[in-house]
Ligand binder design. Structure first.
Ligand code: SF4
Length: 180
């Protein structure tokens, strides 16, 4: 019997949830024994199989039309969609900018921030031009499993992936809801 396929992708986050996934250390090999790890931001394959995967994992909220495309593509291609981390589950830190007009956030980030270079201008990047309010993934596509935490603990990520790889729905209660 073929192993279930797992794929992941990221959107508006800091990559910390995938770093926490890597912090499973050698337990990644246990997951790889149970499942076929396909496209992820940290493997050579970058887009989930067109033929579909069993489990899709998304990090980050939805911040622009490019993020929307990533979320719709993963939803279309996976049977079970996992929201990984606070940004994915409720918008997280990036959603703090929802309290301000977008122009004000961009000005603070690119013009006023102390760490900017001497040019201090808002870049003309197409991804900035399509920015929206930051939304949780489930506000855009249906989600099956929510894994909160900033980032979720590697133990929790291992539990979630190994349960899903064995065809079980993970139950996140009690200690499994703790995070760093
Ligand atoms: S939940 Fe935390 S660690 Fe994960 S992407 Fe968001 S800010 Fe980074």
């Amino acid at each position: 019997m073929s192993k279930p396929k797992i794929s992941s992708d990221w959107m508006c986050g800091c990559a910390g949830c995938h770093m926490s996934l890597l912090d499973m250390d050698e337990r990644i090999l246990q997951v790889a024994e149970l499942a076929d790890i396909r496209a992820t931001p940290i493997t050579d394959l970058k887009e989930p199989d067109e033929g579909g995967v069993d489990v899709g994992v998304l990090e980050g909220g939805i911040n622009n039309t490019a993020n929307e495309e990533v979320a719709h593509r993963m939803r279309k291609r996976c049977k079970i969609l996992v929201s990984l981390g606070d940004c994915a589950v409720f918008g997280g830190v990036p959603a703090m900018r929802n309290f301000l007009p977008l122009e004000e956030s961009l000005r603070r980030a690119y013009v006023e921030a102390e760490s900017n270079d001497s040019e201090c201008k808002i870049p003309s990047d197409p991804e900035l031009a399509t920015m929206t309010k930051v939304r949780a993934i489930h506000e855009v596509v249906p989600v099956d499993v929510f894994v909160p935490g900033c980032p979720p603990d590697p133990d929790v990520i291992f539990y979630v992936l190994s349960e899903l790889a064995q065809g079980r729905k993970p139950e996140l209660t009690g200690d499994l809801l703790h995070w760093h």
